[in-house]
Design a binder for this molecule. Structure first.
Ligand code: M6R
Length: 366
């Protein structure tokens, strides 16, 4: 059942080249610079005039939502708000018939997400679902949507479902951009051609597993861990921290790298591991200065870097390389080593990786 892997989580991490490929199948036509999302087709016109999108979700799905915000704003130029379903439903949020709500849920059964959908629906919003489990409750109450096609996810810690959610949100962002004309044809051809290669790049990112296992052995007795990233690397940092805390019970926090000096920097000493997303993209230089700030306080830096990087390598205590990619696809690649890191740390600590204490795969109570 576990296909030769010791745990479902590891199997699911390794399935990602396949699950992302399945998620893209029949939806992208790189040569034509075209995205096709069957479920959204009847709303295609609506995208031209919408004022904003609200994304609602919980946990890891909420992190995928933050990546979605970055991508939709960048490419489709539509303002996005990302909300925890549990907060959204208990406020008195301003929602109109003009709004599009995207609800993200692996299980399609999360109680808070369902209640938030019902509320937004009553106020007249159009609801799209991004779900993994086919025929679950959420896909049945939404107006339209797109499945993530990641296949069954058994491990309580979400891995392949997250990357599939990010993939669908990337497609939604590109689809909306296509309808609105905010990305020109040749750029779209370029983006889709690169997206088509992401499953292979994820496969390459998995090759760092042995190195990650060694690094995990150094970090396994840590009591705390900080994860830092900027731009779309910030949700990756949040997701890395959540993975670590839920399966290894090490206290971890994700922060936007620049926020560190507004508080968390006080925590840094020679015992504090700091995982930094430091790939070569628009915030590279800024992240380098954040690494210097950590090193000046003797923190232990593990940097996720672009293959071949020398600058960060010279500064960090440990590095993990991922293949080079445009910023749009960074979250899909940078997440992989963080999943493996938390997995190996949890295994070394003797934790129940697939069924961590106190957690359920789907949270059907509020
Ligand atoms: O099924 P959902 O995507 O709605 O679940 C949301 C969260 O409960 C879920 O992502 C949770 O945070 C996972 N344990 C994360 O690994």
């Amino acid at each position: 059942e576990k296909g030769g892997y010791e745990h479902f989580m590891l199997k699911e991490i390794y399935e990602q080249p396949r699950s992302i490929r399945d998620c893209l199948r029949g939806r992208i036509y790189p040569n034509e610079g075209r995205v096709q999302l069957g479920g959204l087709q009847e709303y295609a016109e609506k995208f031209k005039n919408i004022d904003r999108i609200i994304i609602i979700a919980c946990g890891t799905s909420w992190h995928a939502g933050l990546v979605g915000e970055y991508l939709i704003e960048e490419y489709a130029r539509i303002p996005v708000e990302v909300e925890y379903a549990s907060e959204f439903r208990y406020r008195n949020p301003i929602i109109t018939e003009k709004d599009i709500v995207i609800a993200i849920s692996q299980s399609g059964e999360t109680a808070d997400t369902m209640a938030a959908i019902e509320m937004a629906k009553e106020k007249g919003a159009t609801i799209f679902g991004v779900c993994n489990v086919v025929g679950a409750s959420i896909p049945r109450i939404t107006h339209a949507g797109a499945y993530t096609h990641a296949g069954p996810e058994i491990g309580v810690a979400s891995t392949k479902a997250f990357t599939a959610q990010v993939t669908v949100l990337t497609l939604i962002a590109f689809y909306m951009a296509q309808q609105k004309g905010t990305v020109n044809h040749s750029k779209m051809v370029e983006l889709l051609t690169e997206l088509d290669l992401i499953p292979e790049k994820v496969q390459q990112a998995l090759l760092a597993d042995a190195i990650i296992q060694e690094i995990a052995a150094k970090f396994k007795d840590s009591r705390n861990c900080l994860f830092l990233g900027r731009g779309s690397g910030f949700p990756v940092a949040l997701e890395g921290a959540l993975k670590l805390k839920e399966i290894s019970y090490i206290h971890a926090e994700g922060y936007p790298a620049a926020e560190m000096k507004h508080g968390p920097i006080a925590l840094i000493d020679e015992e504090m591991p700091v995982v930094v997303i430091a790939t070569k993209n628009s915030s590279y230089e800024k992240v380098i200065s954040n690494i210097q700030e950590v090193k000046a306080r003797k923190g232990i830096v593990l940097a996720i870097v672009t293959e071949g990087d020398q600058t960060v390598k010279a500064m960090a205590d440990y590095i993990i390389e991922i293949p080079d990619a445009s910023e749009a696809f960074l979250p899909l690649l940078a997440t992989i080593p963080l999943q493996l890191l938390s997995y190996h740390i949890a295994v070394l600590r003797g934790c129940n990786v697939d069924q961590p204490r106190n957690l359920a795969k789907s949270v059907t109570v509020e």
